[in-house]
Design a protein around this ligand. Sequence first.
Ligand SMILES: [Zn+2]
Length: 366
Amino acid sequence: MPPADETSDPPPLEPDAERFLLELLDLPAPSGFEEPIGARWREEAERQGAEVTTDRIGTSFATTGRGRGPRIAIVGHLDEIGLVITKINAKGFCKVGSIGGWDPVVLVGQRLRILGTPAGGPVLGTISRPSIHVLDAAARDRTPKVDDLWVDLGVSSAEEAKALVRVGDPAVVDARPERIGGPGSTRIVSRSIDNRVGMFVALEAARIAGERGVAAEVVAVGSVGEENGMGGATVASYALQADRTCVVDVTSPGDMPGASDFGDYRMGKGPILTRGATLSERVTGELIAAAEAAELPFQLRAKGLRTATDADQTIKAGGGTATCLVSVPARYLHTPVEQVDLRDVRASIDVIVAWIERVADAAGGS
Ligand SMILES: [Zn+2]
């Protein structure tokens, strides 16, 4: 891994791949409303030569190397956190509910893209609270709850509001992906890095293994409903009966001010591989051995309890699948300014491909 200040390296991702990742980051897909992003992901997978399918609840599958060897599932959830319109008042202001886990502090003052609306396209709303000049003293000192927030649609009545949005319309914060960090930087800031990065890594790993002719059947899985606990990965895992599963998600590094003692995990130092908790020690051992043999960077983490990812589900779904977890370090998760380093995305893909090759070799390379 080159030092962080090295700027002459080739970009971590091929230009087409990077464009696709940025496109995924910009598509909205709050839990329960993953259909458009699943369709785009499958379209790209098909263009790359994978066999694609979807299950009854919208989880998407892209398979390479069918029948070539052990079935290996690489799971990245499609959905992101968001909000949903729960009420429209007489003056046309809306209340919202959380989809997934929000810190409401980050919501105040944001623009919303409200989706699936009667207006046809996305509708702009702002998450508003009265300005400091008129906010009463008690409210000023209190941390807001999602319940305290109102969405302003720029209208004056319920009637006007209802022409634009309906109860049940989902929304995401309108925050687009951008480069951050100056010339040569490999960092991106965006909403939805959790978990566009994971679904992208899963597809790239399947594509590369397929193109190299690795003796494994690799199924990239874009699962639905991770952020709201619905568990598309559970259903998918039951159906797939894979020999092994690798879940790809993001996790917080410890290298930011104000983070509680999360361990010495850093941006730019490779994926975080987790031992313990609900994971298969055997398969995690294969993953670590593959990364070491290929001299790829990684950071090791231990978890005593659950991982709070799809891995907690895939290991016990159906007959159970021995599962490992690859986490891409990303700062400020569940905010509109999530940050990831594309070198970590690259290293995550490479570690997973190295592991797939190792598993295929051990299975006899047929
Ligand atoms: Zn996630």
